[in-house]
Each structure stands twice: as C-alpha cells, then as structure tokens.
Design a protein around this ligand. Structure first.
Ligand code: A2P
Length: 319
C-alpha cells in the first residue's frame, strides 16, 4: 500500500463555504423526478430507493455539495395530529457536480419505513419515505435546502486521508464524497466501511466495487450483520472492522492526517468510540479526565452524553 510519509501533526481542517437554506419550508421549489429505482442489487425486504430530481433553473442547480441534505415536503399529507405534513431532510447521495456532471441532477437515498407496532401489530408506514418512494419520473416534488455545513469534505481536501463509516442509508453522503474524491484524481487513502443486515441490502454495491477495482487507494469493506457472527459471538458491526480488517485500516487510521466520518444509526457511536479507544486511536476522541482510567468496555450512555466527544478529526451524523 502506498502511504504518505507519516505526519507529525494534523493539518488545519478548513471547511468550505456552502449555500444553506436558499429555499426554506415557507418557500419550497417544485422540481421534477427523473429517476426512481432500487439502490440495492436485488429486491429485499429493506426497500431502499435511489431518487433523482432535476434542479435545472432553480437556485439549487450547481449549489449542493456532497454531504449536504435537501428537504422534501410531502404535499397533500397530514401529520398524525391532523396538521399539514412538515418537511423531512434527506442526505444527498450525488457528487457535488450532480449525476449529470453539471449540478442539475441531484439524488437521494430513501428507505421505505415499514414497521409493525409490537403491541398492536398495526402496520406503520413512514409518511414521507413512502410518498417519495412512490413517485414516478415526471412527478413534481417540493424541495427545500440545501441544509448542513459541517458534514462535508474539507476545502483542503488533499491534505487528508478519509475513513467513512456507514450503516444503512447513512451511506448516501459517501457515494457523493467518494465520487468527488476519486474521480478528481485524489491520491491519498480512502476507506469505506458499510454495515447492513443482509447481502441483499448492500447499497450501490456495483458502484463501490468498481471504484475499489479502479482505485487502489480505495478500500471497500462490508459488515453484514445477520449472516455470520464473530468468533466471540458478537455481530460483525462496522466498528469491528478496525480489529478484523486491521491490516487494511490501521495504516490509514493511525496517520495524523486522517479524518473519520460516521453516518447512520446513533447506536453505532458508543461501539465505535469504544473500539477506537481500545485500539489506541484516542486522537479521534475527547475523553474527560474523570473517566480517563475507566476501561472503554465499561463506558455507558451517560459517559457518552457527558464525558466523551469526537475530536475535530471525527465528524458525526447519526440519528
Ligand atoms: P442489526 O440490525 O443486524 O443489529 P439498516 O438501516 O439497513 O437496518 O442497517 C443498519 C445496520 O447497522 C444493520 O446491519 C444493523 O445490524 C447495524 N447496527 C445496529 N445497531 C448497531 C450498532 N449499535 N453499531 C453498529 N451497527 C449497528
């Protein structure tokens, strides 16, 4: 593996100026859907769709950076309390230059929320995710945004290596970022660790596989949680790749100029923080003196809330 000579300190991380809230919930803009397809290779009980909108002629054209979100207004729907449905945010999964190369076509990754109430056995269908998933090319949808300033690549992008952790649709921003990086000649290291329940839930698999074949500085690791267990009986969650794929990840993660991005389930935070600390990567964390001597195994939710924070080298978008 080619690796930069080891840096002694982390370069300053400079974030770009990005457009935000050009269209607010009070003045959304209507745009047409141009594509709505599965984001998985095959049909799966987890229905996740790749939906592309045409922003041509709006202020959103060319003004959305990978990692940002857009809002969608499910028009004509009402919330449970009878009020008009509110805007929901969805991460953009297209590169900064859009799907078309000119910033007009912008995509997002939407999982149909289909749940059974454990008590009543009633089926619950997520309002906006199903509204969007049902749209056909030519249908119009009201959007807002862009949203988010801090879950983007730095302006001085070439100063760093990147390790991206995602569960489920948390992969959306990385499809865009990885495309921004690798298709523009980025030569440092990039790793993507993606977690999903079954192989049928792998998102954008062909795209990432092809990228990893084409770019030897891109490492694509998948953590399929329900098809095997680790030798100690734990599920192979994304954070365990720091142990199980140490050969690949350690040389990258230990570099002072590596940034970690985390996107997806909130539950992944504690597990990931523990493994980072156990593996000697404390630089990605700020740990209060109060628990400096406590074993990471014993860290609890209360510690997570009050005594452990990500350092500037780790960016989190969890929900
Ligand atoms: P599992 O559900 O088997 O426990 P999706 O959003 O498509 O359901 O995928 C989320 C993925 O993240 C699943 O593989 C899920 O595993 C996994 N996951 C659930 N909880 C955690 C956690 N605390 N840390 C890391 N991964 C998790």
């Amino acid at each position: 593996m080619s690796m930069q000579s080891e840096m002694q300190s982390t370069p300053e991380i400079r974030y770009p100026e990005v457009a935000v809230n050009t269209y607010k919930p009070k003045n959304p803009v209507s745009v047409p859907v141009v594509e709505n397809r599965l984001a998985t290779l095959d049909v799966s009980p987890n229905i996740i769709r790749h939906i592309t909108l045409d922003m041509s002629g709006t202020e959103l054209e060319g003004n959305i950076r990978s990692g940002q979100s857009i809002g969608c207004v499910p028009e004509g729907f009402t919330e449970r309390d009878g009020k008009p449905a509110k805007v929901r945010l969805y991460s953009v999964c297209s590169p900064t230059r859009g799907e078309d190369g000119d910033g007009r076509l912008v995509s997002t990754t939407v999982k149909r929320v289909i749940e059974e109430d454990p008590e009543t056995q009633n089926l619950f269908l997520g309002l906006c995710s199903n509204y969007l998933s049902n749209l056909r090319p030519g249908d119009m949808v009201k959007v807002t945004g862009p949203s988010g300033k801090r879950f983007v690549l730095p302006e001085n992008v070439d100063d760093f290596n990147y390790v991206f952790f995602a569960t489920g649709t948390g992969i959306a921003p990385y499809r865009g970022m990885i495309s921004d990086l690798l298709e523009n000649g980025f030569s440092n290291q990039v790793a993507l660790i993606f977690g999903c329940p079954y192989r049928t839930d792998l998102l954008y698999y062909t795209f990432f596989r092809e990228m990893s074949v084409k770019h030897e500085n891109f490492h694509y690791l998948t953590s399929i949680s329900r098809e095997s267990v680790r030798p100690d009986g734990t599920k192979p969650y994304v954070q365990y790749q720091l142990i199980d794929a140490r050969e690949v990840l350690q040389p990258i993660v230990k570099q002072k100029n590596t940034l970690i991005y985390v996107c997806g389930l909130k539950g992944m935070e504690l597990g990931l923080f523990r493994i980072l600390a156990q593996e000697g990567y404390e630089d990605y964390l700020r740990i209060d003196d109060e628990i400096k001597d406590k074993s990471p195994d014993l860290w609890d939710r209360e510690d997570l809330k009050k005594r452990i924070r990500p350092s500037e080298r780790m960016l989190l978008e969890v929900y």
